[in-house]
Ligand binder design. Structure first.
Ligand code: SAH
Length: 559
Protein backbone atom coordinates (compact mmCIF):
# COMPACT_ATOMS: atom_id res chain seq x y z
CA UNK A 1 0.00 0.00 0.00
CA UNK A 2 1.44 3.35 -0.99
CA UNK A 3 1.49 5.60 2.05
CA UNK A 4 2.02 9.30 2.27
CA UNK A 5 4.84 10.71 4.31
CA UNK A 6 5.09 14.08 6.00
CA UNK A 7 7.66 16.78 5.69
CA UNK A 8 9.44 16.88 9.03
CA UNK A 9 10.63 20.28 10.08
CA UNK A 10 11.90 21.86 13.25
CA UNK A 11 10.10 25.08 14.10
CA UNK A 12 11.64 27.88 16.08
CA UNK A 13 8.61 28.65 18.23
CA UNK A 14 10.23 31.05 20.64
CA UNK A 15 7.70 33.72 21.72
CA UNK A 16 5.04 32.23 19.44
CA UNK A 17 1.53 32.28 20.78
CA UNK A 18 -0.15 28.90 20.88
CA UNK A 19 -3.87 28.73 21.49
CA UNK A 20 -4.73 25.60 23.46
CA UNK A 21 -8.45 24.83 23.54
CA UNK A 22 -9.68 22.52 26.33
CA UNK A 23 -9.06 21.75 29.96
CA UNK A 24 -8.24 18.03 30.07
CA UNK A 25 -4.86 16.37 30.73
CA UNK A 26 -4.02 16.62 27.02
CA UNK A 27 -4.41 20.38 27.19
CA UNK A 28 -1.94 20.27 30.08
CA UNK A 29 0.50 18.23 27.97
CA UNK A 30 0.19 20.61 25.01
CA UNK A 31 0.88 23.61 27.23
CA UNK A 32 3.96 21.80 28.54
CA UNK A 33 5.25 21.06 25.02
CA UNK A 34 4.59 24.60 23.97
CA UNK A 35 6.48 26.03 26.94
CA UNK A 36 9.33 23.59 26.31
CA UNK A 37 9.86 25.13 22.89
CA UNK A 38 9.84 28.66 24.27
CA UNK A 39 6.31 29.52 23.10
CA UNK A 40 3.59 31.21 25.15
CA UNK A 41 0.51 29.04 25.48
CA UNK A 42 -2.89 30.65 26.00
CA UNK A 43 -5.53 28.36 27.40
CA UNK A 44 -9.09 28.83 26.22
CA UNK A 45 -11.71 27.20 28.44
CA UNK A 46 -14.91 28.51 30.05
CA UNK A 47 -14.79 29.64 33.66
CA UNK A 48 -16.92 26.62 34.65
CA UNK A 49 -14.31 24.19 33.31
CA UNK A 50 -12.50 22.07 35.81
CA UNK A 51 -8.83 22.36 34.98
CA UNK A 52 -6.54 19.37 35.17
CA UNK A 53 -4.39 19.90 38.25
CA UNK A 54 -1.16 20.22 36.26
CA UNK A 55 -2.80 22.85 34.14
CA UNK A 56 -4.16 24.65 37.17
CA UNK A 57 -0.64 24.75 38.57
CA UNK A 58 0.79 26.30 35.40
CA UNK A 59 -1.95 28.90 35.46
CA UNK A 60 -1.28 29.62 39.12
CA UNK A 61 2.46 29.91 38.42
CA UNK A 62 1.78 32.40 35.66
CA UNK A 63 3.26 30.19 32.91
CA UNK A 64 -0.06 29.79 31.12
CA UNK A 65 -2.58 32.52 30.58
CA UNK A 66 -6.18 31.27 30.98
CA UNK A 67 -8.87 33.08 29.03
CA UNK A 68 -12.14 32.06 30.64
CA UNK A 69 -14.36 32.08 27.59
CA UNK A 70 -15.91 29.66 25.18
CA UNK A 71 -14.31 29.58 21.74
CA UNK A 72 -15.23 32.29 19.28
CA UNK A 73 -13.73 32.68 15.80
CA UNK A 74 -12.27 36.05 16.64
CA UNK A 75 -9.98 34.48 19.27
CA UNK A 76 -7.61 33.15 16.61
CA UNK A 77 -7.28 36.63 15.06
CA UNK A 78 -6.93 38.70 18.21
CA UNK A 79 -4.89 36.78 20.77
CA UNK A 80 -1.66 36.55 18.75
CA UNK A 81 1.53 38.60 18.70
CA UNK A 82 1.35 42.18 17.63
CA UNK A 83 4.11 41.79 15.03
CA UNK A 84 2.07 39.21 13.09
CA UNK A 85 -1.16 41.18 13.24
CA UNK A 86 -2.44 39.35 16.34
CA UNK A 87 -3.08 36.10 14.51
CA UNK A 88 -2.13 33.18 16.76
CA UNK A 89 0.82 31.06 15.61
CA UNK A 90 -0.83 27.67 16.12
CA UNK A 91 -4.03 26.17 17.49
CA UNK A 92 -4.29 22.95 19.50
CA UNK A 93 -7.75 21.47 19.95
CA UNK A 94 -7.74 18.90 22.71
CA UNK A 95 -11.39 17.91 22.79
CA UNK A 96 -11.15 15.32 20.01
CA UNK A 97 -12.83 14.63 16.69
CA UNK A 98 -16.38 14.02 17.87
CA UNK A 99 -16.81 17.52 19.19
CA UNK A 100 -18.50 19.47 16.34
CA UNK A 101 -16.47 22.51 17.29
CA UNK A 102 -13.28 20.67 16.33
CA UNK A 103 -14.21 20.45 12.65
CA UNK A 104 -15.29 24.07 12.67
CA UNK A 105 -12.01 25.29 14.19
CA UNK A 106 -10.02 23.13 11.79
CA UNK A 107 -11.78 24.62 8.76
CA UNK A 108 -11.41 28.14 10.10
CA UNK A 109 -7.68 27.70 10.68
CA UNK A 110 -7.03 26.04 7.35
CA UNK A 111 -8.83 28.81 5.53
CA UNK A 112 -6.60 31.33 7.28
CA UNK A 113 -3.45 29.26 7.04
CA UNK A 114 -3.06 28.94 10.78
CA UNK A 115 -1.41 25.63 11.70
CA UNK A 116 -3.96 23.49 13.54
CA UNK A 117 -3.78 20.23 15.44
CA UNK A 118 -6.85 18.31 16.63
CA UNK A 119 -6.33 15.38 18.98
CA UNK A 120 -6.97 11.96 17.41
CA UNK A 121 -8.21 13.45 14.15
CA UNK A 122 -5.47 13.35 11.51
CA UNK A 123 -7.97 14.50 8.89
CA UNK A 124 -8.54 17.73 10.82
CA UNK A 125 -4.85 18.50 11.39
CA UNK A 126 -2.43 20.47 9.25
CA UNK A 127 0.42 19.30 11.45
CA UNK A 128 1.02 16.67 14.07
CA UNK A 129 3.42 16.48 16.97
CA UNK A 130 6.23 13.97 16.96
CA UNK A 131 7.04 11.64 19.75
CA UNK A 132 10.30 13.20 20.83
CA UNK A 133 13.44 12.34 22.69
CA UNK A 134 15.34 15.36 23.99
CA UNK A 135 18.91 15.45 25.21
CA UNK A 136 20.32 18.96 25.35
CA UNK A 137 20.28 20.38 21.84
CA UNK A 138 19.68 16.92 20.41
CA UNK A 139 16.07 16.13 19.53
CA UNK A 140 14.83 13.00 17.87
CA UNK A 141 11.26 12.92 16.63
CA UNK A 142 9.25 9.91 15.47
CA UNK A 143 5.99 9.78 13.57
CA UNK A 144 4.09 6.83 12.14
CA UNK A 145 1.94 9.27 10.15
CA UNK A 146 -1.27 8.46 11.93
CA UNK A 147 -0.66 4.75 12.53
CA UNK A 148 -0.64 5.13 16.28
CA UNK A 149 1.06 7.35 18.82
CA UNK A 150 1.69 4.45 21.21
CA UNK A 151 3.66 2.72 18.48
CA UNK A 152 5.59 5.92 17.71
CA UNK A 153 6.42 6.36 21.35
CA UNK A 154 7.64 2.74 21.65
CA UNK A 155 9.89 3.22 18.61
CA UNK A 156 11.17 6.48 20.02
CA UNK A 157 12.07 4.82 23.30
CA UNK A 158 13.84 2.04 21.47
CA UNK A 159 15.83 4.49 19.32
CA UNK A 160 16.73 6.57 22.35
CA UNK A 161 17.80 3.50 24.32
CA UNK A 162 20.21 2.50 21.57
CA UNK A 163 22.08 5.80 21.82
CA UNK A 164 25.13 6.23 24.01
CA UNK A 165 24.65 8.45 27.05
CA UNK A 166 25.75 12.09 26.89
CA UNK A 167 25.20 12.46 23.19
CA UNK A 168 23.47 15.77 23.77
CA UNK A 169 26.52 17.10 25.60
CA UNK A 170 28.72 15.90 22.75
CA UNK A 171 26.54 17.84 20.29
CA UNK A 172 27.10 20.94 22.39
CA UNK A 173 30.87 20.44 22.48
CA UNK A 174 31.24 19.70 18.79
CA UNK A 175 28.95 22.58 17.90
CA UNK A 176 31.25 24.82 19.91
CA UNK A 177 34.33 23.52 18.07
CA UNK A 178 32.63 24.19 14.76
CA UNK A 179 31.66 27.68 15.79
CA UNK A 180 35.17 28.54 16.97
CA UNK A 181 36.78 27.19 13.82
CA UNK A 182 34.45 29.28 11.73
CA UNK A 183 35.06 32.33 13.85
CA UNK A 184 38.84 32.03 13.72
CA UNK A 185 38.83 31.34 10.01
CA UNK A 186 36.87 34.51 9.59
CA UNK A 187 39.41 36.44 11.68
CA UNK A 188 42.33 35.03 9.66
CA UNK A 189 40.69 36.12 6.44
CA UNK A 190 40.08 39.57 7.85
CA UNK A 191 43.73 39.78 8.90
CA UNK A 192 44.83 38.75 5.43
CA UNK A 193 42.57 41.33 3.83
CA UNK A 194 44.07 44.04 6.09
CA UNK A 195 47.54 42.89 5.14
CA UNK A 196 46.70 43.27 1.46
CA UNK A 197 45.76 46.87 2.02
CA UNK A 198 49.16 47.81 3.35
CA UNK A 199 51.13 45.81 0.79
CA UNK A 200 52.09 48.82 -1.27
CA UNK A 201 53.24 51.02 1.55
CA UNK A 202 55.30 48.70 3.70
CA UNK A 203 57.78 46.62 1.77
CA UNK A 204 58.56 44.13 4.48
CA UNK A 205 55.01 43.27 5.28
CA UNK A 206 54.36 42.88 1.56
CA UNK A 207 56.78 40.02 1.27
CA UNK A 208 55.73 38.64 4.62
CA UNK A 209 52.11 38.61 3.64
CA UNK A 210 52.84 36.70 0.52
CA UNK A 211 53.80 33.76 2.68
CA UNK A 212 50.17 33.14 3.53
CA UNK A 213 47.87 33.52 0.57
CA UNK A 214 44.11 33.39 0.36
CA UNK A 215 44.46 30.01 -1.31
CA UNK A 216 46.55 28.69 1.60
CA UNK A 217 43.94 29.86 4.04
CA UNK A 218 41.15 28.29 2.04
CA UNK A 219 43.04 25.03 1.81
CA UNK A 220 43.71 24.98 5.54
CA UNK A 221 40.12 25.89 6.30
CA UNK A 222 38.81 23.16 4.02
CA UNK A 223 41.09 20.65 5.64
CA UNK A 224 39.97 21.53 9.12
CA UNK A 225 36.28 21.54 8.31
CA UNK A 226 36.65 18.27 6.49
CA UNK A 227 38.50 16.86 9.42
CA UNK A 228 35.76 17.90 11.80
CA UNK A 229 33.11 16.38 9.57
CA UNK A 230 35.17 13.21 9.41
CA UNK A 231 35.19 12.99 13.17
CA UNK A 232 31.43 13.38 13.15
CA UNK A 233 31.05 10.80 10.43
CA UNK A 234 33.56 8.14 11.31
CA UNK A 235 34.16 8.14 15.02
CA UNK A 236 32.10 5.46 16.72
CA UNK A 237 29.09 7.17 18.25
CA UNK A 238 30.14 5.99 21.69
CA UNK A 239 33.49 7.71 21.32
CA UNK A 240 31.80 10.86 20.04
CA UNK A 241 29.46 10.89 22.99
CA UNK A 242 32.41 10.62 25.37
CA UNK A 243 34.25 13.60 23.88
CA UNK A 244 35.88 15.63 26.63
CA UNK A 245 37.01 19.19 27.09
CA UNK A 246 40.58 17.98 26.61
CA UNK A 247 39.60 16.48 23.27
CA UNK A 248 38.07 19.77 22.28
CA UNK A 249 41.24 21.62 23.25
CA UNK A 250 43.36 19.34 21.12
CA UNK A 251 41.04 19.79 18.15
CA UNK A 252 41.33 23.52 18.53
CA UNK A 253 45.06 23.37 19.16
CA UNK A 254 45.67 21.46 15.96
CA UNK A 255 43.52 24.11 14.35
CA UNK A 256 45.93 26.75 15.55
CA UNK A 257 48.82 24.72 14.19
CA UNK A 258 47.17 25.06 10.79
CA UNK A 259 47.59 21.38 10.06
CA UNK A 260 45.16 18.53 9.89
CA UNK A 261 45.40 16.12 12.80
CA UNK A 262 44.80 12.46 12.28
CA UNK A 263 42.94 11.88 15.50
CA UNK A 264 42.26 13.51 18.78
CA UNK A 265 44.88 12.81 21.38
CA UNK A 266 47.37 12.28 18.58
CA UNK A 267 47.42 15.72 17.15
CA UNK A 268 51.13 16.28 16.85
CA UNK A 269 51.47 18.12 13.59
CA UNK A 270 53.99 16.92 11.07
CA UNK A 271 56.34 19.55 9.81
CA UNK A 272 56.99 17.88 6.47
CA UNK A 273 53.74 17.68 4.48
CA UNK A 274 54.86 14.67 2.48
CA UNK A 275 54.82 12.67 5.71
CA UNK A 276 51.07 13.03 5.70
CA UNK A 277 50.55 12.45 1.97
CA UNK A 278 49.07 9.21 0.73
CA UNK A 279 47.97 7.68 -2.53
CA UNK A 280 45.07 5.27 -2.44
CA UNK A 281 44.68 3.23 -5.59
CA UNK A 282 41.20 1.77 -5.47
CA UNK A 283 38.78 -0.10 -7.68
CA UNK A 284 35.23 1.20 -7.98
CA UNK A 285 33.55 -1.98 -9.20
CA UNK A 286 31.70 -2.65 -12.45
CA UNK A 287 29.08 0.11 -12.27
CA UNK A 288 26.52 -0.04 -9.49
CA UNK A 289 27.63 2.08 -6.51
CA UNK A 290 26.41 -0.55 -4.05
CA UNK A 291 29.22 -2.78 -5.31
CA UNK A 292 31.88 -0.50 -3.84
CA UNK A 293 33.77 -1.90 -0.91
CA UNK A 294 33.29 -0.09 2.38
CA UNK A 295 36.92 0.89 2.51
CA UNK A 296 36.81 2.47 -0.96
CA UNK A 297 33.60 4.25 -0.06
CA UNK A 298 35.34 5.67 2.98
CA UNK A 299 38.30 6.73 0.85
CA UNK A 300 35.91 8.51 -1.52
CA UNK A 301 34.46 10.47 1.35
CA UNK A 302 37.73 11.44 2.93
CA UNK A 303 40.22 12.04 0.10
CA UNK A 304 41.55 15.54 -0.55
CA UNK A 305 41.70 14.95 -4.29
CA UNK A 306 40.09 12.33 -6.52
CA UNK A 307 41.74 11.36 -9.79
CA UNK A 308 39.32 9.12 -11.64
CA UNK A 309 39.59 7.04 -14.75
CA UNK A 310 37.18 7.73 -17.56
CA UNK A 311 35.19 4.53 -17.05
CA UNK A 312 34.52 5.10 -13.34
CA UNK A 313 30.73 4.78 -13.13
CA UNK A 314 28.65 7.94 -12.68
CA UNK A 315 26.85 6.48 -9.65
CA UNK A 316 30.22 6.19 -7.92
CA UNK A 317 31.35 9.70 -8.89
CA UNK A 318 28.10 10.98 -7.38
CA UNK A 319 29.31 9.81 -3.97
CA UNK A 320 32.29 12.18 -3.98
CA UNK A 321 31.57 15.07 -1.60
CA UNK A 322 30.89 18.29 -3.46
CA UNK A 323 33.84 20.08 -1.87
CA UNK A 324 36.40 17.52 -3.03
CA UNK A 325 38.24 18.40 -6.23
CA UNK A 326 37.86 15.69 -8.91
CA UNK A 327 39.83 15.21 -12.08
CA UNK A 328 38.70 12.69 -14.67
CA UNK A 329 41.27 11.22 -17.07
CA UNK A 330 41.12 12.74 -20.51
CA UNK A 331 41.49 9.40 -22.20
CA UNK A 332 40.56 9.23 -25.84
CA UNK A 333 42.11 7.24 -28.68
CA UNK A 334 45.71 8.27 -29.12
CA UNK A 335 45.85 10.10 -25.78
CA UNK A 336 45.79 7.20 -23.34
CA UNK A 337 49.45 7.45 -22.33
CA UNK A 338 49.41 11.23 -22.05
CA UNK A 339 46.25 11.11 -19.91
CA UNK A 340 47.79 8.46 -17.69
CA UNK A 341 50.97 10.52 -17.23
CA UNK A 342 49.01 13.63 -16.46
CA UNK A 343 47.07 11.89 -13.68
CA UNK A 344 50.21 10.34 -12.22
CA UNK A 345 51.98 13.66 -12.14
CA UNK A 346 49.00 15.31 -10.46
CA UNK A 347 48.97 12.53 -7.89
CA UNK A 348 52.64 12.98 -7.08
CA UNK A 349 52.35 16.74 -6.75
CA UNK A 350 49.40 16.43 -4.37
CA UNK A 351 51.04 13.79 -2.21
CA UNK A 352 54.06 15.99 -1.83
CA UNK A 353 51.74 18.69 -0.50
CA UNK A 354 50.56 16.26 2.16
CA UNK A 355 47.26 15.39 0.55
CA UNK A 356 45.41 12.11 0.46
CA UNK A 357 44.93 11.34 -3.21
CA UNK A 358 42.42 8.76 -4.35
CA UNK A 359 43.22 7.20 -7.73
CA UNK A 360 39.88 5.70 -8.60
CA UNK A 361 39.78 3.00 -11.22
CA UNK A 362 37.00 1.01 -12.71
CA UNK A 363 36.50 -2.60 -11.63
CA UNK A 364 39.62 -3.90 -9.91
CA UNK A 365 42.79 -1.81 -10.17
CA UNK A 366 45.02 -4.76 -11.00
CA UNK A 367 42.85 -6.31 -13.72
CA UNK A 368 43.62 -4.43 -16.93
CA UNK A 369 43.61 -1.26 -14.91
CA UNK A 370 47.28 -0.31 -15.21
CA UNK A 371 47.36 -0.50 -11.41
CA UNK A 372 50.66 -2.34 -11.36
CA UNK A 373 52.25 0.27 -13.62
CA UNK A 374 51.11 3.04 -11.33
CA UNK A 375 52.50 1.43 -8.22
CA UNK A 376 55.82 0.92 -10.04
CA UNK A 377 55.78 4.57 -11.13
CA UNK A 378 55.16 5.83 -7.59
CA UNK A 379 57.94 3.58 -6.34
CA UNK A 380 60.32 5.03 -8.90
CA UNK A 381 59.50 8.44 -7.52
CA UNK A 382 60.33 7.33 -4.00
CA UNK A 383 56.68 7.20 -2.94
CA UNK A 384 56.31 3.43 -2.69
CA UNK A 385 55.55 3.58 1.03
CA UNK A 386 52.79 6.11 0.44
CA UNK A 387 50.71 3.83 -1.78
CA UNK A 388 47.77 1.77 -0.56
CA UNK A 389 45.98 -0.49 -3.06
CA UNK A 390 42.37 -1.45 -2.48
CA UNK A 391 40.58 -4.16 -4.45
CA UNK A 392 37.39 -3.66 -6.41
CA UNK A 393 34.80 -6.02 -7.84
CA UNK A 394 36.12 -6.79 -11.29
CA UNK A 395 33.80 -6.76 -14.29
CA UNK A 396 35.60 -9.90 -15.47
CA UNK A 397 33.90 -11.94 -12.76
CA UNK A 398 30.85 -9.87 -11.85
CA UNK A 399 29.54 -9.34 -15.40
CA UNK A 400 29.23 -13.12 -15.93
CA UNK A 401 27.59 -13.40 -12.51
CA UNK A 402 24.99 -10.76 -13.31
CA UNK A 403 24.35 -12.60 -16.56
CA UNK A 404 23.71 -15.85 -14.63
CA UNK A 405 26.93 -17.44 -15.86
CA UNK A 406 28.98 -19.30 -13.22
CA UNK A 407 32.50 -19.18 -14.69
CA UNK A 408 33.42 -22.36 -12.82
CA UNK A 409 30.84 -25.08 -12.54
CA UNK A 410 31.32 -28.65 -11.46
CA UNK A 411 31.51 -31.02 -14.44
CA UNK A 412 31.23 -28.07 -16.83
CA UNK A 413 34.09 -25.65 -16.31
CA UNK A 414 37.09 -26.04 -14.03
CA UNK A 415 39.15 -23.06 -15.12
CA UNK A 416 38.62 -19.38 -15.93
CA UNK A 417 40.84 -17.35 -18.15
CA UNK A 418 40.66 -13.56 -18.20
CA UNK A 419 42.03 -12.15 -21.46
CA UNK A 420 42.16 -8.93 -23.35
CA UNK A 421 41.00 -8.75 -26.94
CA UNK A 422 43.31 -5.84 -27.63
CA UNK A 423 47.05 -6.19 -27.58
CA UNK A 424 49.74 -3.56 -27.38
CA UNK A 425 49.92 -1.17 -30.33
CA UNK A 426 46.69 -2.63 -31.72
CA UNK A 427 48.23 -6.04 -32.45
CA UNK A 428 45.92 -8.89 -31.46
CA UNK A 429 47.23 -10.91 -28.53
CA UNK A 430 47.79 -14.65 -28.93
CA UNK A 431 44.37 -16.34 -28.81
CA UNK A 432 43.75 -18.81 -25.99
CA UNK A 433 43.59 -22.46 -26.88
CA UNK A 434 40.37 -24.42 -26.76
CA UNK A 435 39.89 -26.37 -23.56
CA UNK A 436 36.42 -27.89 -23.25
CA UNK A 437 36.22 -27.18 -19.51
CA UNK A 438 37.48 -23.61 -19.75
CA UNK A 439 35.56 -20.35 -19.48
CA UNK A 440 37.26 -17.42 -21.17
CA UNK A 441 36.34 -13.82 -20.40
CA UNK A 442 37.52 -11.29 -22.97
CA UNK A 443 37.73 -7.67 -21.90
CA UNK A 444 38.31 -4.82 -24.34
CA UNK A 445 37.34 -7.10 -27.18
CA UNK A 446 33.93 -6.25 -28.55
CA UNK A 447 35.10 -3.57 -30.99
CA UNK A 448 37.00 -6.30 -32.83
CA UNK A 449 34.79 -9.26 -32.14
CA UNK A 450 34.98 -10.46 -35.74
CA UNK A 451 38.78 -10.64 -35.68
CA UNK A 452 38.74 -12.31 -32.29
CA UNK A 453 36.23 -14.98 -33.26
CA UNK A 454 38.27 -15.62 -36.39
CA UNK A 455 41.40 -16.16 -34.29
CA UNK A 456 39.59 -18.50 -31.90
CA UNK A 457 37.98 -20.65 -34.55
CA UNK A 458 40.44 -20.79 -37.44
CA UNK A 459 44.10 -21.61 -37.51
CA UNK A 460 46.54 -18.95 -38.54
CA UNK A 461 49.09 -19.56 -41.24
CA UNK A 462 52.00 -18.77 -39.00
CA UNK A 463 50.95 -21.44 -36.57
CA UNK A 464 51.00 -24.30 -39.00
CA UNK A 465 54.34 -26.01 -38.66
CA UNK A 466 56.18 -27.06 -41.76
CA UNK A 467 55.89 -30.84 -42.24
CA UNK A 468 58.98 -32.51 -40.93
CA UNK A 469 61.23 -34.23 -43.41
CA UNK A 470 60.01 -37.67 -44.08
CA UNK A 471 56.77 -37.06 -42.19
CA UNK A 472 54.08 -39.36 -43.36
CA UNK A 473 51.32 -36.96 -42.41
CA UNK A 474 49.88 -35.22 -45.39
CA UNK A 475 47.97 -32.50 -43.48
CA UNK A 476 49.96 -30.84 -40.69
CA UNK A 477 47.94 -30.43 -37.48
CA UNK A 478 47.61 -26.89 -36.09
CA UNK A 479 49.49 -26.59 -32.81
CA UNK A 480 46.67 -24.73 -31.12
CA UNK A 481 43.30 -26.34 -30.53
CA UNK A 482 40.47 -24.34 -32.06
CA UNK A 483 37.16 -23.45 -30.48
CA UNK A 484 34.18 -25.19 -32.12
CA UNK A 485 31.70 -22.77 -33.70
CA UNK A 486 28.99 -24.35 -31.57
CA UNK A 487 30.65 -23.11 -28.35
CA UNK A 488 28.11 -21.09 -26.31
CA UNK A 489 29.04 -17.48 -25.58
CA UNK A 490 27.54 -14.30 -24.17
CA UNK A 491 28.11 -10.61 -24.66
CA UNK A 492 27.56 -8.81 -21.34
CA UNK A 493 27.42 -5.04 -21.55
CA UNK A 494 27.16 -2.37 -18.86
CA UNK A 495 26.93 -5.07 -16.23
CA UNK A 496 25.20 -3.89 -13.03
CA UNK A 497 24.07 -0.62 -14.66
CA UNK A 498 20.34 0.03 -15.22
CA UNK A 499 20.85 -0.53 -18.95
CA UNK A 500 22.73 -3.82 -18.63
CA UNK A 501 22.29 -6.04 -21.68
CA UNK A 502 23.12 -9.69 -22.26
CA UNK A 503 23.23 -11.33 -25.70
CA UNK A 504 23.37 -15.13 -25.56
CA UNK A 505 24.50 -16.99 -28.64
CA UNK A 506 27.33 -19.19 -30.01
CA UNK A 507 30.65 -18.38 -31.63
CA UNK A 508 28.97 -19.08 -34.99
CA UNK A 509 26.54 -16.16 -34.59
CA UNK A 510 28.11 -13.73 -32.16
CA UNK A 511 29.61 -11.49 -34.85
CA UNK A 512 26.28 -11.13 -36.64
CA UNK A 513 24.45 -10.61 -33.32
CA UNK A 514 26.77 -7.77 -32.28
CA UNK A 515 26.49 -6.23 -35.71
CA UNK A 516 22.71 -6.27 -35.62
CA UNK A 517 22.12 -5.33 -32.00
CA UNK A 518 24.81 -2.64 -31.97
CA UNK A 519 27.14 -2.05 -29.04
CA UNK A 520 26.57 -0.61 -25.59
CA UNK A 521 30.05 -0.18 -24.07
CA UNK A 522 31.67 -1.16 -21.85
CA UNK A 523 31.05 -4.81 -22.53
CA UNK A 524 32.84 -8.13 -22.52
CA UNK A 525 32.59 -11.53 -24.14
CA UNK A 526 32.27 -14.78 -22.18
CA UNK A 527 33.05 -17.98 -24.04
CA UNK A 528 32.57 -21.57 -22.90
CA UNK A 529 30.03 -24.18 -21.93
CA UNK A 530 29.40 -22.44 -18.59
CA UNK A 531 27.39 -19.87 -20.54
CA UNK A 532 24.68 -22.46 -21.02
CA UNK A 533 24.57 -24.03 -17.59
CA UNK A 534 21.82 -21.80 -16.20
CA UNK A 535 20.56 -20.51 -19.53
CA UNK A 536 19.04 -22.77 -22.12
CA UNK A 537 19.23 -21.35 -25.57
CA UNK A 538 15.92 -20.83 -27.32
CA UNK A 539 15.54 -23.36 -30.09
CA UNK A 540 15.49 -22.00 -33.59
CA UNK A 541 16.95 -18.62 -32.65
CA UNK A 542 20.52 -17.66 -33.39
CA UNK A 543 20.67 -15.37 -30.34
CA UNK A 544 18.58 -13.86 -27.56
CA UNK A 545 18.79 -10.47 -25.86
CA UNK A 546 18.03 -9.61 -22.22
CA UNK A 547 17.78 -5.95 -21.33
CA UNK A 548 17.89 -4.31 -17.91
CA UNK A 549 19.44 -4.99 -14.51
CA UNK A 550 17.60 -6.25 -11.47
CA UNK A 551 20.51 -8.00 -9.81
CA UNK A 552 20.42 -5.94 -6.59
CA UNK A 553 16.65 -5.61 -6.47
CA UNK A 554 16.01 -7.82 -3.53
CA UNK A 555 15.38 -5.52 -0.64
CA UNK A 556 14.24 -2.05 0.24
CA UNK A 557 16.58 0.65 -0.83
CA UNK A 558 19.09 -1.69 -2.34
CA UNK A 559 18.01 -1.64 -5.97
N1 SAH B 1 39.77 -2.90 -14.21
C1 SAH B 1 38.53 -3.20 -14.89
C2 SAH B 1 38.73 -3.50 -16.37
C3 SAH B 1 39.28 -2.36 -17.15
S1 SAH B 1 39.44 -2.73 -18.83
C4 SAH B 1 37.82 -4.34 -14.17
O1 SAH B 1 38.40 -4.99 -13.30
O2 SAH B 1 36.62 -4.54 -14.44
C5 SAH B 1 37.93 -2.15 -19.46
C6 SAH B 1 37.07 -3.30 -19.93
O3 SAH B 1 36.38 -3.85 -18.83
C7 SAH B 1 36.00 -2.91 -20.89
O4 SAH B 1 36.49 -2.85 -22.21
C8 SAH B 1 35.03 -4.04 -20.74
O5 SAH B 1 35.46 -5.17 -21.45
C9 SAH B 1 35.16 -4.39 -19.29
N2 SAH B 1 34.09 -3.79 -18.49
C10 SAH B 1 34.23 -2.81 -17.58
N3 SAH B 1 33.05 -2.54 -16.98
C11 SAH B 1 32.16 -3.38 -17.50
C12 SAH B 1 30.77 -3.59 -17.26
N4 SAH B 1 30.10 -2.87 -16.37
N5 SAH B 1 30.15 -4.53 -17.98
C13 SAH B 1 30.84 -5.27 -18.88
N6 SAH B 1 32.15 -5.10 -19.12
C14 SAH B 1 32.81 -4.18 -18.46
Amino acid sequence: MASHISMLTATDARSHIHLVIGSNPLAAARCGQSLGAGALPILLAPETAELHYALQKRVDDGEVKWIKEVFRDEHVFTLGREDVGHVVDAVFVTSGPREPLSAHISTLCRRNRIPVNVVDAPQLCTFSLLSTHVDGPLQIGITTNGRGCKLASRIRREVAASLPPNLGAACLRLGEVRRRIQEEDHLLHMALADGDDVDDSIDQSASFNKLVTEADLDAAKNRRMRWLSQICEYWPLKRLAAITDDDVSSILKSYEDMGPAESIGNSTSNSNPIDRGRIILAGSGPGHPDLLTRTTHKAIQTADLVLADKLVPAGVLDLIPRRTPVHIARKFPGNADAAQNELQEMAIAAVREGKTVLRLKQGDPYIYGRGGEEVAYFRQHGLGDKVVVLPGVTSALSAPLFAAIPPTQRDVADQVLICTGTGKKGKPPAPPEFVASRTVVFLMALHRVEGLVGELTTSLDTEIPKPEEGSREEQPQPRRKLWPLTTPCAVVERASCPDQRVIRTTLAHVVEAVEQEGSRPPGLLVVGRACEFLNEREKGRAWSVEDGFRGLDWGDGLG
